[in-house]
Design a protein around this ligand. Structure first.
Ligand SMILES: [Zn+2]
Length: 264
C-alpha cells in the first residue's frame, strides 16, 4: 500500500494485520509482529527492516536447499493470501491456520516432487506401504481442496493385510476452503463408511500430521474442525481396534489420486 501511496493513490497505508506500521513489502512479509511467528522455525536469517526484501528472497531462491525454498515460498504465499482474505473478505488473521496451511502446502509440494521422482516405480510398487497384522484393514484417507472452486474432495482406499485391494470410495466434502477441516471431514467420511462395511479392526492412514495428532490425542478444540475431530473420536468407539497413523504423501498416493479424480 505504501507503494501505491507513493504514486499518490489515496489508500490506507497502515498494515491491516497489526494496524500499527505502514504496510511496506518488508513489513508485511517479514517484520510485522503478526507474521513474525510464521518465520520462527524457518532455518534462515529473516531480513530486517533495512534490507531489500526482493533481494533477500531471490538470494534464498537461488542458494537455499529445496525444503527451505518451498517453505519460504509457502509462507509468503500464505501471508499474501491471509492478508487479502482479511482486507477483502473480512476473514480474521489466524496464525495457527496459516501455519497449518504452510505445512500442508509444503507437504503437498514435497509429495508431488516424490511422486515425480517415483514415476518409474508407479502404482505397482506396494513395498513402501506399511505392514499391518493379519485381520486388520488398512484405510488410506486423503482430502484435496480446490480453493478456486471453493470445493474439496476426499478419497478412501481400503486394503487387507496382504495388500489386496478391498474397496475404494471418493466424493465431495463441504469444508469452506479449510484444508485442516477437509482432512478431518475425510477421516470422518472414511470412519462412517468402513463402519457400514463391517470392518472391526482398522488402521487409518492420513498424510495430515495435525489431524493424526488431534485424533490420537484428547485435547479439545472449539473450532468446526474440532467438532469433526470429536465426531471421529466418537466413531472410533464402534471398532474393536482402530489406530490412526501418519504416512507421507507418496505412501498415501492411492487415496490422493482418488480424491483428485473425484473432480473429473
Ligand atoms: Zn503489521
Amino acid at each position: 500500500m505504501t507503494a501505491l501511496a507513493n504514486r499518490r493513490v489515496n489508500v490506507d497505508i497502515i498494515c491491516p494485520l497489526c494496524r500499527f506500521e505502514p504496510e511496506t513489502i518488508m513489513h508485511l512479509f517479514a517484520n510485522c509482529s503478526r507474521v513474525q511467528p510464521l518465520w520462527n522455525d524457518v532455518n534462515c536469517q529473516v531480513p530486517n527492516e533495512h534490507d531489500d526484501f526482493a533481494a533477500w528472497f531471490s538470494m534464498w531462491l537461488t542458494l537455499g536447499e529445496n525444503g527451505l525454498v518451498m517453505k519460504c515460498i509457502a509462507i509468503c504465499w500464505s501471508i499474501w493470501k491471509g492478508r487479502n482474505d482479511l482486507v477483502w473478505n473480512s476473514k480474521t488473521w489466524d496464525p495457527a491456520s496459516i501455519m497449518f496451511e504452510v505445512a500442508n502446502m509444503v507437504l503437498d509440494w514435497q509429495g508431488d516432487a516424490d511422486l515425480e521422482a517415483n514415476n518409474n516405480v508407479h502404482v505397482s510398487s506396494l513395498n513402501s506401504l506399511p505392514v499391518v497384522d493379519p485381520g486388520i484393514m488398512s484405510i488410506y484417507v486423503d482430502a484435496t481442496v480446490y480453493n478456486a472452486d471453493a470445493e474439496a474432495y476426499y478419497g478412501v482406499f481400503v486394503m487387507d493385510s496382504s495388500r489386496e485391494f478391498v474397496a475404494a470410495k471418493n466424493g465431495l466434502i463441504r469444508c469452506l476452503n479449510n484444508a485442516h477441516l477437509a482432512e478431518a471431514l475425510a477421516v470422518k467420511k472414511a470412519l462412517s463408511w468402513v463402519k457400514e462395511l463391517g470392518f472391526a479392526k482398522i488402521l487409518i492412514f492420513s498424510d495430515c500430521k495435525n489431524v493424526c495428532r488431534l485424533l490420537n490425542g484428547s485435547s479439545q478444540d472449539l473450532s468446526y474442525a474440532g467438532c469433526v475431530i470429536r465426531e471421529c473420536r466418537a466413531l472410533k468407539r464402534h471398532f474393536e481396534l482402530v489406530s490412526i497413523q501418519y504416512v507421507s504423501r507418496s505412501v498415501n498416493r492411492f487415496a490422493h489420486a482418488l480424491a483428485r479424480a473425484t473432480r473429473s
